[in-house]
Design a protein around this ligand. Structure first.
Ligand code: BDP
Length: 609
């Protein structure tokens, strides 16, 4: 059966056009927990007895009023009857899951189709051979949300004395689970475009788009590029080629312009498939201390974020995303990090249109034994663990999928391959050597690759400083150490570390990718006290003084755009409160302070222009 697996290889975002069909299967699905993992045995692949109705996309957790359900860890099922139309005949038919947290197996009409691991990236199940056309088909998905050290994001799953399982994340965000992103029913031609990529050369007078189209079909390829008014400005033929645009309008930071690339496959002169997408003409480079977009230096202002909101947990919600982007524009931000996992594709489409730069992060988080402190006495390095080989396979797999999925977005500035790994022991070096070698050629644009360095991984202690193309520093003086009235010592310590970078021969930019103070909205105190809105501003002022004194600091992204949910614990009051905005997206006092600063800093800050 020619090409069936091609569909599963493709991560192109679904579209409807004359050749392709895309139907969203969002809405209510039947849902049921399966604590004894007996679903298959009990015939749940063909329907659930006494199901709960569950919205999709959503995390199941916060809908429940009882704690056992909210904290549920193990297998659970989603089932939906899906009508598959007759006119899909002759096409490849698939189910595309935007995100199933963390591992899933898909069944259609009782037949097992495929499994997938990784709760923050899409996958397609090719169901062509299992569907009944012109009828309702039963789609069943078994999901498992356990955390393990050999999986991303890393954690443990423990069993309580009462027999209930509990997720123990090695990371600071709630283990929201379920079908967190849309499910699509898609139909595409048997001979199809399964991927494409572009690289750019740009100047004010001319831009060249070098493109590559991937198809297994013996077909002719035609490509065109249209401007925002719909005028075709360049055409080319062949599966690789160049589109040359005279007097181009470049994609600029906070001043985006998108062209539409249209790819057609032709057999004997007849079009058999077409795929269109919006792209931006721009280049990205790191040169010395500078981050360059279209050969011009940019200074990053923005945030670390989370996909997190009330009720639906980690579900992608266009409404929240719209609000977040408006908040970012209002405050003068131009960038964010998709901490700590790749976000829904629609977030990147938004950012493409708004001219926002994204550091795209793979869900490699929790790779640090200190983060597993509840286990007690674990003094080994995370990378000495016997789970590392298995973890690496999943890690590089997800790096591959993230880059494959997101490479064509003009908004993607860089790839973050890990958050706060334990890099102060030598055992991290072989792991990172492999990670950086194996990912070197994945992005045709060769965008910069990096990872964030935790507080313990300093200029002196980290063994992995040679790997990143630029540095992301997560630093918490004034909060996790040297806090309150001691903050002046925190500032001195930060300056001492930065002086070491300054006096070294490292010639790469540093972006501060995390710093901040938990802040209870509405708590005011003069003089300030930790947790008050005044203290959050004082901490930001301290960091900003430091940023302004070092030329090689080329970006500031405080933690976090908004408050977000975490596990309960003695360090968290209903979640992490380091948001500059509350969880319902209203400003804390710090938002007005940052807005003033960021709107007065030019994009080219520190470049002398
Ligand atoms: C950093 C983590 C981030 C946490 C943050 C914090 O990267 O996920 O939420 O600390 O503690 O270490 O607020």
């Amino acid at each position: 059966m020619k090409g069936l697996l091609i569909m599963e290889k493709s991560l192109l975002y679904p579209v409807t056009n004359a050749y392709r069909e895309d139907q969203k299967l969002d809405g209510l699905w039947d849902f049921k927990f399966d604590p004894a993992s007996e679903g298959e045995k009990n015939g749940w692949t063909e329907g659930l007895a006494d199901p709960i109705e569950m919205p999709v996309p959503a995390s199941f957790n916060d809908f429940f009023t009882d704690k056992d359900a909210r904290e549920y860890t193990g297998d659970f099922w989603y089932v939906k009857k899906v009508f598959i139309p007759k006119y899909f005949e002759g096409k490849q038919i698939g189910l595309r899951f935007g995100a199933a947290t963390h591992r899933a197996t898909v069944y259609v009409n009782g037949q097992k189709i495929r499994s997938h691991e990784g709760g923050f990236l899409p996958f397609t199940a090719d169901i062509t051979g299992a569907t009944k056309l012109g009828e309702e088909n039963v789609v069943a998905v078994k999901i498992n949300n356990e955390l393990h050290r050999d999986a991303l994001p890393a954690g443990d799953t423990m069993t309580l004395k009462n027999g209930k399982k509990m997720a123990k994340p090695f990371f600071d965000f709630y283990n929201y689970s379920g079908l967190n992103r849309s499910v699509h029913l898609i139909a595409i031609p048997k001979d199809n475009v399964y991927d494409y990529s572009t690289t750019y050369e740009v100047s004010d007078e001319q831009a060249t788009v070098h493109y590559t189209v991937q198809t297994d079909a013996q077909a002719d390829v035609k490509v065109s590029l249209a401007d925002e008014a719909g005028n075709v400005v360049a055409t080319a033929t062949g599966s690789t080629g160049d589109l040359v645009v005279k007097n181009p309008t470049l994609w600029q930071v906070r001043d985006a312009y998108l062209y539409t690339i249209k790819i057609q496959l032709l057999e004997n002169g007849t079009v058999v498939d077409a795929y269109s997408d919006e792209i931006g003409l721009r280049t990205i480079e790191i040169q010395g201390h500078q981050i360059l977009v279209n050969h011009k230096p940019v200074y990053l202002k923005g945030f670390g974020r989370h996909e997190d909101s009330i009720y639906a947990g980690r579900a992608f919600d266009l409404n929240v995303e719209r609000r977040d982007l408006n908040l970012m524009k209002w405050i003068g931000a131009n960038s964010y990090r998709s901490s700590h996992y790749p976000y829904d594709e629609q977030a990147y489409k938004f950012a493409d249109r708004e001219g926002i730069l994204i550091t795209d992060e793979v869900p490699a988080v929790g790779f640090k034994m200190a983060a597993a402190s509840f286990l007690g006495g674990l003094d080994q390095s995370f990378f000495d663990g016997d789970w590392i080989d298995e973890l690496y396979k999943k890690h590089i797999d997800q790096v591959k999928d993230m880059i494959k999925r997101d490479k064509n977005h003009p908004s993607v500035l860089a790839w973050s391959l890990c958050n706060e790994p334990d890099t102060s022991s030598e055992s991290a070096v072989p792991y990172f050597t492999k990670l950086f070698n194996d990912s070197a050629d994945l992005d045709p644009e060769k965008r910069p690759r990096t990872f964030t360095l935790n507080e313990d991984d300093t200029f002196e202690t980290s063994k992995c400083l040679k790997f990143p193309d630029f540095y992301l520093l997560n630093r918490y003086p004034g909060w996790y150490h040297k806090w309150g009235y001691e903050i002046s010592d925190g500032e001195a310590g930060l300056r001492a570390e930065l002086d070491e970078w300054k006096n070294s021969d490292i010639d790469k930019p540093i972006v501060f990718s995390e710093y901040g103070a938990d802040t209870e909205p509405g708590l005011h105190k003069l003089p300030s006290i930790m947790w008050s809105e005044e203290y959050q501003i004082e901490l930001l002022e301290m960091f900003n003084r430091v940023f302004d004194s070092y030329d090689f600091i080329r970006g500031e992204q405080p933690w976090n755009l908004a408050d977000f949910q975490t596990v309960e614990g003695n360090m968290r009051v209903n979640g992490n409160k380091k948001g500059i905005f509350t969880r319902d997206r209203q400003p804390k006092a710090a938002a007005f302070y940052l807005r003033k600063r960021w709107n007065s800093l030019p994009l080219s800050y520190k470049s002398g222009k």
